[in-house]
Every structure is written in C-alpha cells, then in structure tokens.
Write a protein that binds this ligand. Sequence first.
Ligand code: C5P
Length: 234
Amino acid sequence: MAKDVIIACDFASAAQTLTFLDRFPEGEKPFVKIGMELFYAAGPEIVREIKRRGHRIFLDLKLHDIPNTVRKTMRVLSSLDVDMTNVHAAGTIEMMKAALEGLTREDGTRPLLIAVTQLTSTSEERMQQELLIGATINETIVKYAQNACEAGLDGVVCSPLEAGMVKQACGAAFMTVTPGIRFADAAADDQVRITTPARAREIGSDYIVVGRPIAAADDPVAAWRRCRKDFLNL
Ligand code: C5P
C-alpha cells in the first residue's frame, strides 16, 4: 500500500494556499488536504487549481447526512477528481454505502473513501454523558471502523495511537489516516494524543496528516522532507 505524508492546507484563502504551494520546487508535489475552511472559502475552483498543479488531494469534508444526499454530494466530489475524501462513520453503514455508490464513476474508478470514527477532540466522558453512548471510546472506534469496513470503505481517520487497534480489528489492508503528528523536538499545540512520524509508521499508519509542523515552519519544504524521511524510513 502507498504510504505518504499529507499536508493539511489549513489556510483561509486560495491566495494563501497557492503562495504556500509555490514554495515547493517543480517536481516535488506534496499530497495535500483541503478541509472545510478552505473549501467553503474558495470553493471547488481551489480543488481544480491544485489538481492542475499536479498534487494529489484529500478533500476532508466529513459528510454526515441522509444517504440520498450523501450519494448525490459524493457524485459531485468525484467529478472534481480528488484522490481521497471522507464521511462520518456515525452516519451508519447505509450512508457509507451510499457514499461509495455516489463516488464510483461510470468507468468503475473512484477516489479513496475513508470514515471518521470518533473525532480526537471527543473525550470518553463527553461521549458517554452528552451522547449517551455507554461503550468505551476504544470500543466505539473499533465498531465504527468495522462498520466502515463492512460498507466497503478503504479505511478510517483515527489517532495514530489507535491505528494498531484498527488494523487488528479490520485487517492490515484497511487504511489508517492519522493526524496528531509532531516532531519529537516540537510543541504539541492543541493536539493531545500525538506521536512522531517514525512512531506512526511503526504503529501502522498508512498516511499521516501534518498541518502546523510543516505549514508554520520557517522552511516548510525542509520540514515536509524531514517528515517524509522519518515516516517512510528513506
Ligand atoms: O496542525 P496539525 O498538524 O495539528 O493539523 C492536523 C490536521 O488534521 C488539521 O487539519 C485537523 O483539522 C485535522 N484533524 C485532526 N484530528 C482529527 C481529524 C482531523 O487533527 N481527528
């Protein structure tokens, strides 16, 4: 399975994003993540422009709606030719199956589809008290990953510290895409359950999503290269 570093382009405008990507030399095209902030600010055109520049894109919009709406929305996202996109596993197996149908193009090709299990910002206490979910957070993560697997999805977004548990439950081929990555010598920012690129590889992450350690670095290209070197063991 292809493993790589995905840079979270958490910028508020197309101009800022393109200025950032301009720093990378021709021939070095990082895999990038476009989230809700940038997509809602700059629209589908920023996706097309970044594709034109030759990057692979993870469109992180975390869809969660009735199956019919998700199916039709995924058809639109698929036509943007993104490489990976996602839904919330909490939308149920039926919704995840509908997402997969919508994403699949007439020729049978489709972007990778992964599911968010539990957001890493959700604590076990809040999940149990506010959402009335009686299980432990790890039990829900494993169950949601199994549901995603049953629906035919390619993998899940989870904390790198949960990647091993997901692989054990769903098999080695089931992808884990993991944010919460920091260099050993760097600040954690607001992330809590973090690990290093090298440790994420050891635990079994297939893709690591890295934002501020690259985007806010003095030399983002050097930080991206360091991250790839550590994660891919180059
Ligand atoms: O800057 P940092 O490396 O913390 O960025 C991590 C990226 O991954 C952000 O875009 C954040 O929204 C995203 N993310 C996360 N935790 C999740 C899901 C997504 O940090 N559970």
